[in-house]
Design a protein around this ligand. Structure first.
Ligand code: SF4
Length: 172
C-alpha cells in the first residue's frame, strides 16, 4: 500500500488543468432572465422532455450542449427529465418519421397540462430537407400542436435558451 501511495506521490497530476474560459456574456444574460421567469412561474424548476422524432442528431448535439460545463443550464433551473409525465415542455426535433408519429402523439398525451411544445431545428419547424414523404410526416406541427418554433440547422444552444425565454416573455 505504501508503495502505491509513493508511486501516486511521485507521478503527480497528469491531466490538464481546467482552462479559465470567460463565459459568454449573452448566455449569462439570457440565462439570468430565464432563471427569473422559472423562479416566478415554476418555483425554480422547469422540466423538459426531449423527443427525437426523426432527427439526424445534429439538433441533439446542440441540445446536449446545454447540459455541458460551459452552458450548464441546470444552474438556471432548466432540467431534462426522462419521462413526459414529469415534463412541462416537450422539446421535439424532426422531421417526424412515420414510425415515430404514434409515439409522439402518445408522448404528447402523457404530458400533463399545462404543457408547451417547442419544435426545434428546420426539420422540426417545416420538415427541412426531408419534407413530407412515404417515410416522413414533415414538421412537428403536422402531428401535435406546437407553441414555439426554433429554426436553424441546427440551432445553437444560445438560440435554444433565447427560444425558451421567448416562450414566456413577450410570447407571440
Ligand atoms: S435541422 Fe439540421 S441538424 Fe437538425 S435534424 Fe434537421 S438536418 Fe439535422
Amino acid at each position: 500500500m505504501l508503495r502505491l501511495y509513493g508511486k501516486i506521490f511521485r507521478t503527480g497530476m497528469l491531466t490538464e488543468r481546467v482552462p479559465t474560459v470567460p463565459r459568454e456574456e449573452a448566455v449569462e444574460r439570457e440565462g439570468a432572465r430565464l432563471k427569473a421567469v422559472i423562479d416566478k412561474r415554476f418555483r425554480g424548476s422547469l422540466a423538459i422532455r426531449q423527443v427525437d422524432a426523426g432527427s439526424c442528431n445534429g439538433c441533439e448535439l446542440e441540445i446536449h450542449a446545454l447540459n455541458n460545463v460551459y452552458y450548464n443550464v441546470e444552474r438556471f433551473g432548466v432540467h431534462f427529465v426522462a419521462s413526459p409525465r414529469h415534463a412541462d415542455i416537450l422539446l421535439v426535433t424532426g422531421p417526424v418519421s412515420r414510425h415515430m408519429e404514434a409515439a409522439l402523439k402518445r408522448t404528447y398525451e402523457a404530458t400533463p397540462d399545462p404543457k408547451w411544445v417547442i419544435a426545434v431545428g428546420d426539420c422540426g419547424v417545416c420538415g427541412g430537407e426531408f419534407g413530407v414523404s412515404y417515410a416522413s410526416c414533415g414538421a412537428v406541427s403536422e402531428v401535435i400542436p406546437v407553441d414555439l418554433a426554433i429554426p436553424g440547422c441546427p440551432p445553437t444552444p444560445l438560440d435554444l435558451l433565447r427560444g425558451l425565454l421567448s416562450l414566456f416573455v413577450n410570447p407571440k
